[in-house]
Design a protein around this ligand. Structure first.
Ligand SMILES: CC(=O)SCCNC(=O)CCNC(=O)[C@H](O)C(C)(C)COP(=O)(O)OP(=O)(O)OC[C@H]1O[C@@H](n2cnc3c(N)ncnc32)[C@H](O)[C@@H]1OP(=O)(O)O
Ligand SMILES: O=C(O)CCC(=O)C(=O)O
Ligand SMILES: [Zn+2]
Length: 393
């Protein structure tokens, strides 16, 4: 499908949109380490960093080097790998953290500080004047070391809009590479995201990065909305792992973006490596891939009901917006159940290299349904019913 005829692509009149021109900040080794189950050894971090790099992410964000001595030395080790992705570390807006971060060998530093009333009161206890002063000091220091610098407001969507725009204007003026918006508690909806990014876009000249938690199920939708409004970078993690139930997942965002920007996504990311990457991280944090995971969930390309199966057999686009082959995955018709139809069973008869007329297939389908009404069927059950029926003819 060409971009012009793709109904899911941004309109050519949509001048703000970065849907076909976005970058990924991959935060499995920062936000992901904040997932309850995560403990990454140095070797595992290196393995994950290499796999992310191979997949094609633009940036890899690492845990703050002040979190622990091992975090600092792991950060140094990953910087020395010579990956194509730029390496970032993530710190508080404080000179003590910044001094350590710039010595690790990273390409850039992501600085964050809470700007909502909740966090100003109960997290760091600083007012907006103090935040601006310390942001300027940290940003100028990191820039003086020749590193990329991003300034982010934590809990942006519960922060005062005037405070937000003022601090972003201030840091933009002194030359940050990016400003970040963070939906730290997952409260934002796509419309609010669109409006905030669009407003911010009109007051800063640097790139905009966005970070979305998934507490209310909007993390992928919000990321898409942010790109539509002109954000350039999205924070993701493999399987979305992070604090609480996590953030925008890499695979989920790939699923969304390949529909809207297929050429860009396919040319930039090695989509066939997604499943291995997800399995690597899932194993490392002792979880299974969720059954309903976009793309790699076990039933992501499984079609069951007879109406679906018939149409899928005729043309997969009837019930698939994603092509499994783009991700090295396979489509599957689940025919061993009472919702099946004669078209699916006919296809199975052909796979078994048997020959039955359409009327015979319809008859054997009704036998399958009768048994399927009584108990769960396996493929072997259905194959036996078909073979027995065939030999009786
Ligand atoms: C929304 C996010 O995910 S932000 C990223 C979160 N990442 C992390 O927390 C990294 C891992 N964290 C750690 O290892 C530790 O919390 C450390 C090393 C950063 C700090 O440890 P401690 O000094 O023991 O402090 P503790 O964790 O109890 O409290 C956080 C401290 O940071 C301060 N703080 C919190 N956010 C910020 C900020 N953005 N900028 C500056 N200071 C901050 C708080 O005021 C508090 O300091 P205080 O108790 O001395 O007043
Ligand atoms: O640095 C950022 O932009 C985001 C920090 C974070 O993890 C959050 O606010 O949830
Ligand atoms: Zn987060």
């Amino acid at each position: 499908m060409s971009v012009n005829s793709n109904p899911y692509a941004p309109s050519p009149n949509d001048l703000l949109s970065n849907v076909g021109n976005f970058l990924l900040i991959e935060s499995t080794l920062r936000e992901g380490e904040q997932f309850a189950n995560a403990f990454f050894s140095t070797e595992k971090k290196i393995e994950i960093a290499k796999a992310l790099d191979d997949f094609g992410v633009d940036y890899i964000e690492l845990t703050s080097p002040v979190a622990s001595e091992q975090s600092r030395s792991d950060c140094e080790a990953i910087c020395k790998l010579g990956l194509k992705a730029k390496i970032l570390t993530h710190i508080r807006c404080h000179m003590d953290d910044a001094r350590v971060a710039v010595e690790t060998g990273v390409d850039g530093v992501d600085v964050v500080i809470g700007t909502s009333k909740f966090l100003r009161e109960y997290s760091h206890g600083k007012d907006m004047n103090y935040i601006a002063k310390s942001a300027i000091e940290v940003i100028e220091f990191v820039k003086s070391k020749g590193l990329e610098i991003r300034f982010s407001s934590e809990d942006s969507f519960r922060s005062d809009i005037v405070d937000l725009l003022n601090i972003y204007k201030t840091v933009d003026k002194i030359g940050v590479n990016r400003v970040g918006i963070a939906d730290t508690v997952g409260c934002a909806n796509p419309r609010q995201v669109y409006e905030l990014v669009r407003t911010l876009k009109s007051v800063v000249s640097c790139d905009i990065e966005c970070h979305f938690h998934d507490d209310t199920g909007c993390a992928i939708g919000n990321a898409y909305s942010a790109l539509e409004a002109g954000a350039r970078l999205i924070d993701v993690s493999v399987l979305g792992i992070g604090e609480r139930n996590g953030i925008t997942s890499l695979g989920g965002l790939m699923a969304r973006m390949i529909v809207s920007a297929p050429d860009y996504v396919k040319s930039k990311y090695k989509l066939h490596k997604l499943r291995d990457l997800e399995n690597l991280v899932a194993d490392a944090v002792h979880v299974n891939l969720p059954f309903n995971n976009p793309i790699t969930g076990f039933c992501a390309f499984t079609h069951k009901a007879g109406i679906h199966a018939k149409a899928i057999l005729a043309n997969p686009s009837t019930y698939e917006i994603l092509n499994p082959e783009d991700f090295g995955m396979k489509r599957y018709i689940h025919f061993a159940n009472r919702l099946t139809g004669w078209n699916a069973i006919k296809s199975r008869v052909e796979q078994l290299n048997l020959s039955l007329s359409d009327d015979q297939v319809k008859e054997v389908t009704s036998k399958i349904k009768q048994i399927g009404d009584v108990r769960q069927l396996s493929i072997e059950d259905v194959d036996t019913i078909i073979k027995d029926y065939h030999s009786e003819q």
